[in-house]
Design a protein around this ligand. Structure first.
Ligand code: G6P
Length: 608
């Protein structure tokens, strides 16, 4: 939800900011803008559309400055217009800022300032903050920001420049991510640490109710009362090369291809000699684990589907009482949560507002909380403490792929570990599953060799009216994720159903223009799923089958079969999801969609 970048130093300001914004585009791409200070004057340039369009404007107008701030927007308040694009400036032209978040009492502040004769120019909530700052500023930025933070409610990461402060960028955070870096005589700030990787890997993650002054010389931190404090920096273990597309036309395709390695990395140090061991990451005793009677999985989007996979797998491993909940609902229902609950929050970004708020609630109610995230030191990680990191590296494509497989790997290991610590996992099952998990990377690699055939199938169906995805048992959760991928990037309607549920309503929609993607692994539910395929065929729906290698019967039911390697039944979701990701990718590509930045979506959703 909106990306922010700020720079002060001796490089070409606009270049650093534009490059930083490009790395943030997955957070929003409705409009973009930049503001600089040069010779004691603020200038700004804004445009609807993408960062590259802003870059064209910057080049055409030879726009340059001594230091500056930039923004790429995912619209919340106010339409997608140039006027609503950030940065926003106070009417007296003394203050300029960019904002990520939502100012909830913006209307009230606006009315108050308009009554004082201040003219507003945009429909945004953000303008209330900058006008307020302009109104209270009397030469002391810190004091003005303290006043602002007392007046505004909601979530914000703000990056601010004052016209008469020629070597200062100010930042303030409550609820929206913000990271600060300093190296040599350069200072940076960004929403996402990946934007800083090529400059520095030692960064400070801003906490809630914290502000900072960044100059060429240093970076000083204050609380919202204006009191200075020391802050420890963190070292990032990613490098800049990880954020490039390499030989691939899209980040999504690159990230799909990274999955064999990602699964291997996710197993590393957690599985050895046929055993799973997470004790070096989770210092939980068997007694503690035995005390957690309930397991709550809480997440959004793809991460939520990863938890559904996990729940299905865990049910096969032990006698767990599991709930899987969407974070935005978990908070507002009266779900019993207490010290007997292990609440597991899964978030690729570690910044999703819904998940963060749900974690705060569970913590407050005394649950033991654990986070599974791809971003070390992200807000959820810092707040929850106990964590398992998915070592997938930065994921840039808005549609999650490699982080999903990393999540289901880590979640499977967690389920096995919990079952083992509870004395419910037999050594045979542990050995069988760890061996099969170690084989997953090579199996995923073999699926990737079928890319051309999957592309052809996708092309054949790219004009469909929509899709159903069906599966039973462990084939159902990957169907959910397959349908989500397709919706997100191809804009086709896609819905996943447990195969047996189709006859209770959705079957009414079937006809020859609505193909059914059937996940039909060999095993005890094969015949039942085949019956559901027959029911769909009887309504003339074309069938695309995801079946197991060696299944000689399936060709009687579908001319479009994608064969997957055999694995242990519990691990079928690992194998099924990769062809579905490729299928979605090639349908979207055939339809000419913007794959890495699908419309209306943002990768990191920091509003509720
Ligand atoms: C957004 C993204 C999804 C993602 C979801 C949860 O909606 O577009 O791809 O799955 O947020 O994100 P998280 O970072 O918490 O896993």
């Amino acid at each position: 939800m909106c990306g922010i970048m700020g720079y002060i130093g001796d490089r070409e300001t606009t270049k650093v900011i534009l490059e930083g914004l490009a790395k943030h585009e997955y957070r929003g791409y409705d409009s973009a803008g930049i503001a600089v200070i040069k010779d004691g004057k603020i200038s700004e340039l804004r445009t609807t559309g993408r960062v590259f369009q802003l870059a064209e404007k910057v080049a055409a107008e030879h726009f340059t400055g001594d230091f500056g701030i930039g923004h790429t927007r995912w619209a919340t308040h106010g339409g997608v217009t140039e006027n609503n694009a950030h940065p926003h400036m106070s009417s007296d032209n003394n203050v300029v800022l960019v904002h990520n978040g939502i100012i909830e009492n913006a209307r009230e502040i606006r009315a108050e300032l308009e009554a004082q004769g201040i003219k507003f120019h945009t429909e945004t909530d953000t303008e209330s903050a900058v006008q307020y700052l302009g109104w209270v500023y009397n030469g002391d930025p810190k004091e003005a920001i303290v006043k602002l933070t007392r007046r505004i409610r909601g979530a914000f990461a703000l990056v601010i420049m004052f016209r008469d402060r020629n070597n200062e960028i100010w930042v303030a955070r409550k609820g929206s991510p913000l990271v600060v870096g300093h190296a040599g005589n350069e200072g940076f700030c960004a929403s996402d640490p990946t934007a800083l990787l090529e400059f520095t890997r030692d960064v400070w993650f801003m906490d809630d109710d914290e502000m900072a002054r960044i100059t060429k010389e240093d970076c000083i931190f204050f609380d919202f009362e204006g009191r200075e404090h020391e802050k420890k920096s963190m070292h990032l273990d990613w490098d800049a090369a990880m954020t490039s597309r390499g030989k691939y036309p899209h980040f999504m395709l690159k990230e799909i291809h990274e999955q064999p390695d990602v699964v291997a990395h996710s197993l590393l140090g957690r599985v050895a000699n046929g055993e799973v061991d997470l004790s070096h990451e989770l210092s939980w005793t068997a007694e503690q684990i035995a005390g957690w009677k309930k397991i709550h999985f809480v997440a959004c989007g793809t991460s939520h589907y990863a938890t559904i996979v996990a729940a299905h797998i865990m049910e096969t491993l032990g006698n767990f009482e599991i709930r899987t909940e969407v974070a935005s609902e978990y908070r507002y229902r009266n779900i019993p949560i207490g010290p007997d609950t292990l609440a597991i929050f899964v978030s690729q970004s570690g910044e999703t507002a819904d998940t963060l708020h749900a974690a705060r609630l569970a913590k407050a109610k005394g649950a033991k909380c654990l986070v599974i995230t791809n971003v070390r030191s992200s807000t959820i990680h810092r707040e929850v403490g106990d964590a398992l990191i998915t070592p997938a590296g930065p994921e840039i494509g808005v549609a999650a792929t490699k982080t999903f497989t990393a999540q289901i790997t880590v979640l499977t290991l967690l389920g096995m570990y919990l079952a083992k610590m509870r004395g419910e996992l037999s050594p045979e099952t542990e050995k069988r599953l760890t061996t099969a998990l170690m084989d997953i990377p090579s199996k995923l690699a073999s699926i990737l060799t079928q890319e051309k055939a999957i592309e052809q199938t996708a092309r054949n169906f790219a004009d469909a009216r929509g899709f159903f995805f069906i599966g039973r048992g462990l084939a159902y959760p990957p169907a959910l994720e397959g349908a989500l991928k397709l919706k997100e990037i191809s804009y086709l309607h896609a819905e996943a159903y447990p195969a047996g549920e189709m006859k209770h309503g959705p079957i009414a929609l079937l006809d020859k223009e609505l193909p059914v993607v059937a996940l039909v692994p060999q095993g005890e539910l094969w015949e039942k799923t085949i019956s559901n395929i027959e029911e769909s065929m009887a309504r003339k729906s074309p069938i695309i089958a995801i079946a197991t290698e060696g299944d000689s019967e399936i060709s009687h039911y579908s001319e479009n079969v994608i064969y997957t390697p055999k694995t242990e039944p519990e691990l079928f979701p690992f194998i099924a999801v990769v062809p579905l990701q490729l299928f979605a990718y090639y349908v979207a590509r055939q339809r000419g969609c913007d794959i890495d930045m699908p419309r209306n979506l943002a990768k990191s959703v920091t509003v509720e």
